[in-house]
Design a protein around this ligand. Structure first.
Ligand SMILES: Nc1ncnc2c1ncn2[C@@H]1O[C@H](COP(=O)(O)OP(=O)(O)OP(=O)(O)O)[C@@H](O)[C@H]1O
Ligand SMILES: [Mg+2]
Length: 233
């Protein structure tokens, strides 16, 4: 599904250029579930932005679903991103004046999907995250966990193969965080979605089938080589 090979990323300009990622390599199989952990400033978000095709590496190669992204044009990159990748962020990024249904349907607007079809696909996505009874609520009428589930439904609505989540439970209390995390596991187990999740939460990291640890812009630990535990959703 994903292959990152010898990727480096420098940030800043001119003499202020600093290496943020150095020779990072990471492969995640289709249907894989991987936690990305490490101290603040270790490069997790930078790596997620590269994997999510929101940014380009200074050096190295990235392949998503068998496509080497290096030589793609800006439009081709955007097309690949829209088709294959769903994003979930710590702070939900929902539009406050729109209902859950409208928020979830929004990404389909840019794909030329008809209004009826957009509505049907958004309803299906909201069912998947257990929010069938909250579709006409606006974000302010929803709890934090429900808001994040709307954001997850929005990430799922285009049927991506890869879900990238940067601290998706960072704004939630521990019980709600646990519930939202269980949803990621369920989507992985039941729908075969490949998931990469950045987390600072050791309890959540411990529930992931695989943990990759970053420090100072490098991967310093990856327990993918040890036999996987059985995880339940
Ligand atoms: N545009 C930039 N210019 C200069 N330095 C940058 C830039 N973007 C990121 N950095 C630096 O790169 C390092 C990694 O940042 P990144 O946001 O990837 O860390 P992180 O692991 O996601 O941290 P956190 O856990 O706090 O979210 C930090 O030291 C940051 O200051
Ligand atoms: Mg970050």
């Amino acid at each position: 599904m994903l292959s990152v090979r010898d990727v480096s990323k420098n940030c800043g300009k001119g003499r202020r250029t600093v290496p943020v990622l150095q020779n990072v390599s990471l492969s995640v199989d289709s249907g894989g579930f991987c936690a990305l952990t490490g101290p603040s400033g270790s490069g997790k978000t930078t790596l997620m932005n590269l994997i999510g095709l929101l940014d380009r590496p200074t050096d190295g190669n990235i392949e998503i679903g068998g496509t080497a992204v290096e030589h793609l044009t800006v439009d081709q990159t955007a097309e690949l991103r829209n088709r294959v990748i769903g994003f979930v962020f710590q702070s939900f990024h929902l539009l406050t004046r729109y209902t859950a249904l409208e928020n979830v349907a929004l990404p389909l607007l840019y794909r030329g999907v008809s209004k009826v079809e957009r509505r049907n696909m958004a309803i299906t996505a909201l069912h998947k995250v257990g929010l069938a009874d909250r579709m006409t609520h606006r974000p302010e009428e929803l709890s934090g966990g429900q808001r994040q589930r709307v954001a997850i439904a929005r990430a799922l609505v285009g049927d991506p193969a890869l879900l990238l989540a940067d601290e998706p439970t960072g704004n939630l209390d521990s019980r709600t965080a646990d519930e939202v995390f269980s949803l990621f596991l369920k989507l992985n187990v039941e729908h075969g979605l490949t998931v990469i999740i950045v987390t600072h939460d050791p309890t959540i990291a411990a529930r992931c089938p695989r943990r990759v640890v970053m420090r100072d812009g490098q991967i310093v630990d990856d327990d993918s080589s040890v036999p996987k535990r059985v995880v339940s959703a």
